[in-house]
Write a new protein. Structure first.
Length: 482
């Protein structure tokens, strides 16, 4: 691709515009001869401070926001209003292929489950489908673990291009508030989008909950085009705000839930392994057994069903597919049973999610509801006592342990939680906390280990040490059985 084609809206020197672009990146360490370097201004470090390194490594051009000079050495500096947006649009041009149908889901909780369920429904309908998000990439060719809910634009568009080449026609992707705010999804040719819910999260990044919602609304008021479909969980407290934004944008609104107008939940009855639901679609009622526990999981499944329907799926076939769903890794996932008591792992690491998972398990538990959880370091500190209060109120036994403390003192994180849960046990070592909780289980009890879900590492300081809640549970139960 020629540089003038990569940056078609910029006036370039005729000679410069004819140069072939061999790659692009915002990471100066990845720059090679013929690459374009995008100097993204950051909160801690400005990408321009790495421009000299990029130039020395053979950068063809450097893209920056209002540069003070016109070149570094003999490498031209090209000024743009928004470097992140320019990178996303350039990545979409450099890697032009995308699956024909792409849907995105945003919200505080439920994004991963919705994406996994939508992929499963599409596959049930006969489509070559993939899902991209917190747990990585799930495609017909296999699964690959990822580290970001929404990848950087270059990685994202490389992935889309490869998926299209591999014959994938349908893709569901998670859209995080960070990804939306940082223009990572700009350039993706969306067909539809969905909103699950909004609750306190990421206030270490967003200055207010209003700013957090505004970032998520970009998916609807900016990225979706008029006439495209938006699926909304009408039972969410923020649903009305999202509906207003979608209406103003001219989107086709599809609502689900007990207050939904399109796919309405009439009734539900949960067991430890499934939920029996009755839904109404265009005046007809359908009785379905969804192999998932908890009303919030049913909501996620209905959002996925909505996405499948608005992207062309036959409703009755979609409803049949709901009965075949399997949960996402680490999302209210039953790992083992000990003394006839189920042991679950869930990714809940924010107040609303923790409250929902405890509320889901309470009616299914005849004995004690036991909880092991912690909070991550270098993140929103205000949610720690909130989660402690929820734990103390909804669980019978609480053990506060370490999550991913990162650079913070783990004991101080636990102390903040314990300030609102004074009767909770304090066991810092996560493996010890988990085994202590399992060891106290009796018939009728249920144990939920929350916070890390699918993760296979624990971040302590700057290191990620191997750690899996799943492995600790299975090893302890196996040892006891022996």
């Amino acid at each position: 691709m020629l540089l003038r084609d990569l940056l078609p809206t910029h006036k370039l020197d005729a000679h410069l515009g004819e140069h072939s672009v061999l790659g692009l990146s915002a990471d100066s360490r990845k720059i090679k001869a013929g690459f374009v370097f995008f100097a993204i201004p950051g909160t801690k470090v400005d990408g321009l401070s790495f421009a000299q390194q990029a130039a020395q490594q053979g950068a063809l051009a450097i893209i920056a926001a209002h540069p003070a000079t016109r070149q570094i050495g003999n490498v031209p500096l090209i000024g743009v209003e928004d470097v992140r947006l320019a990178l996303a649009q350039a990545a979409a041009r450099f890697y032009p292929r995308q699956p024909a149908t792409i849907a995105a889901v945003t919200g505080t909780s439920g994004k991963t489950s919705v994406s996994v369920f939508t992929r499963q429904i599409w596959a049930h309908l006969g489509h070559a489908a993939a899902a991209l998000g917190t747990t990585g990439l799930i495609a017909p060719s296999g699964a690959t673990y990822g580290s970001l809910t929404t990848p950087d634009p270059v990685t994202l568009h490389q992935t889309l291009d490869q998926l299209a080449q591999d014959g994938v026609t349908h893709l569901i992707m998670e859209a995080s508030s960070h990804g939306l705010d940082q223009h990572r999804i700009d350039g993706v040719r969306l067909s539809a989008a969905a909103f699950t819910n909004l609750s306190r999260d990421h206030l270490d990044y967003h200055p207010t909950i209003e700013a957090y919602l505004s970032a998520k609304l970009r998916l609807f008021d900016t990225l979706l085009q008029p006439g495209q479909a938006a699926v909304i969980d009408a039972d969410s407290d923020s649903a009305s705000r999202v509906i207003v934004a979608c209406t103003q944008r001219g989107l086709k609104i599809f609502t689900i839930g007990r207050q939904g107008k399109d796919l309405r939940l009439i009734a539900s009855r949960a067991t430890t392994t499934a939920t029996h639901v009755q839904i109404e679609w265009q005046g007809q009622r359908h009785d379905i057994t969804v192999p998932l526990s908890g009303d919030f999981m049913v909501s996620n499944a209905l959002v996925a069903a909505g996405l499948a329907i608005v992207t062309g799926g036959a409703p009755v076939s979609v409803f049949h597919a709901l009965e075949t769903l399997t949960g996402a890794p680490g999302r209210l996932e039953k790992i083992a049973t000990y003394h006839q008591a189920p042991i679950f792992v869930d990714y809940a690491h924010k107040p609303d999610a923790l409250e929902k998972v405890l509320q889901a398990l309470r009616p299914l538990t005849t004995g004690r509801l036991i909880l092991v959880f912690g909070c991550g370091g270098d993140r929103d500190q205000g949610k720690r006592p909130l989660m402690g209060e929820i734990a103390a109120r909804l669980a019978d036994v609480v053990i506060v342990t370490d999550d991913n403390p990162r650079s913070e003192d783990p004991a101080l994180i636990r102390r903040a939680i314990l300030s609102a849960a004074p009767k909770a046990q304090d066991i810092g070592d996560r493996a010890t906390a988990i085994t202590a909780a399992i060891d106290m289980l009796q018939e009728g009890d249920a144990l939920i280990i929350a916070g890390k879900g699918h993760e296979t590492g624990q971040m302590i300081g700057t290191q990620i040490l191997p750690f899996s809640d799943h492995e600790v549970i299975r090893a302890f139960v196996k040892e006891k059985a022996a």
